[in-house]
Ligand binder design. Sequence first.
Ligand SMILES: C[S@@+](CC[C@H](N)C(=O)[O-])C[C@H]1O[C@@H](n2cnc3c(N)ncnc32)[C@H](O)[C@@H]1O
Length: 722
Amino acid sequence: MAKATLSRRMTKQGPPPTPSDGLAKKRKNPASTNGAVKKQRTDTAAPRPNGKANGSGPKNAANSAGKRSTKGDFTAYTKTVPAAKPKKLSVPLEPEGDDEEDLGSGLDDALDSDDDALDGADDSDADDFANALSASEDEDVVASDDDLQKGVWSDDDSDAEEVLNAANIAGLSGQLDRERAEEEAENEAEVAEGALQTNIAADLDLSDEDEDGRPKMNLLAPDLQLLRTRITETVRVLTSFKELHDPTRSRAEYTQALLKDICAYYGYSPFLAEKLFSLFPPQEALAFFDANETPRPIVLRTNTLRTSRRELAHSLINRGVTLEPVGKWSKIGLQVFESQVPLGATPEYLAGHYILQAASSFLPVMALAPQEHERVLDMTAAPGGKSTHLAALVRNTGVIFANDSNKDRSKGLIGNIHRLGVKNTIVCNYSALEFPKVMGGFDRVLLDAPCSGTGVIAKDASVKTNKTESDFLRLPHLQKQLLLAAIDSVDHASKTGGYIVYSTCSVTVEENEQVVQYALNRRPNVKLVETGLIFGKEGFTRYSTKRFHPNMKYTRRYYPHAYNVDGFFVAKLRKTGPTPPTAVRAQGSNVAVASAQDMDDEAGPGDFGEVEDDEEDKVEDVFGGFDDEEDAVLIERALKKQVRRKGLDFRSTESRAVASLTGKAVQVKSGENVEQEKAAEVEAKVEEPTEKSKPVNGEGKKATTKVRSKANGAGKSKPKPR
Ligand SMILES: C[S@@+](CC[C@H](N)C(=O)[O-])C[C@H]1O[C@@H](n2cnc3c(N)ncnc32)[C@H](O)[C@@H]1O
């Protein structure tokens, strides 16, 4: 179990290294590292959901732990600190000073790319990328092998040694031989057992019922090994279906059987298993489910407002932290392999030299690429991982508005802002839906939206079972509204910017491509642009029956199995024209209208966010014409459709529907009719229409439209930087 965990934690984050990366790597002779020992990392077989490595029993896992990996990529910066209680070590430790000197020279090479962070050089993300490929972060590394040490010098072993003398040495040595032979025999038996089970699985029986007609999967204690074998076998059949399938069984039957097994093995609800499975070819889906069983590496983001990555690495190494640069794509991330100290309580942490942040959380900020002296809005900012990153990138210049609707989470945001020495940020506490009314004209806006968290199942396994169909209607609805608000808050005429980045830590299409497509449909004054991120899979332009804008390929998808990072989605939009006059109203005062429009777009599972291929050009060219009357007709038609779908008589509700269309009476209460149900999370009450740029203070807040978000998950999520 520990081994599987170790492997993922240790595997490099980001794109897999190219062969030239490995060749370019220089390595120190372990003997010349003055006591530093080589850190070993091994690949493992697919993990069990309970954390055990598959295909190998605990013994095998333990055995493999003792073998040296020959993989050059897996080395870590380390400094072996003397343990509190002296232990016998396979390599003697030198005094700290010597180590430091040696490690220092290694790190100088490895970390020199981030020196720019504090001195004059432009450390914008564009620059990040340009330099990333030439940076020699992984050179001259010093490695350790604690696993090996532990295996050899366990406490138990030292007890045995104390009674070792000339008289009993032969006897003890014989006993050791016998023990080793027994262990080998056990291992062989285990391997044989595995093979036996594989043979059983070869006669794969996919029927739902056993001979007595009882449902098969209602096993009280499912045999995980058997399930795993069967899953692997079914995936194999699905992958080469023509050649391998049983002619009496259809692909759908195989898929259904596989999904059942996946639910039993990994513990997903059938609903979510199917949703996630449908994102990938079967083999890749399996890799995704496996990757969700192991934690991602611990990562620190260097706070370049206070220090450089090189200095931080030196300080932490001196405290006994084993780390290395997160990957060539970032100049500020450090991946931690091992630590003798709690990373959330080191003097460096308390002094704000770093923040603990998942690697994929760097990506939206890098994509937004804020420039110095700009006005930037982080719409959903708590607890501030990305806001403080934004502040560091602009070197505390310009103004960042860090907003979050959740007061409690905002406390964490304020704490991080102070700790990290951020001085250009104003914290506010609005529903982001209000923002275009509170204040507009931003150069750039980041919307790191509340989401279902299907990208972070490794962190929060409850997602496997607690997400229902309604979550995947409710959340996308909120996300769409938020994205429109983000777009409407940006100044299209910004000299340096005019960009919006939308991100989630979810991998579902409903929360990502469909949300972006919705925004493209509703706001022809934006277009998708390249994120500038050097890795990540292209967003879907087609999914099931849905067709998205061809530029959806510019969006980026991140998966744990592909890059060993949290699942994430990043889209970057550029605003090309002014916000249409009706748009801001649609965000707040005319919520019922907006909801009705959304409903039309979300009419059913099949046509949710769909765009016909031939409509795509129209979507891009249509900007310039916002015809309220035409919209009103369309909206009325949509409302009628909705009411009819509910089985109600439109005439009896007509006056209300028409009123809501014309914006005369926009009081939405949940549960009364279809559009009201859909708008349930956004209850709006209109007061005075306000100008765009009200100061962000108590007064400004009072004077603006009150929009309460009930469905933002506020208070539920842990206030931890993503
Ligand atoms: C994914 S988290 C943001 C994480 C943050 N960007 C970071 O990097 O630390 C989503 C945040 O959205 C906030 N939120 C949800 N609905 C909101 C709304 N309508 N307006 C503003 N914030 C909202 C939640 O309180 C939550 O803190």
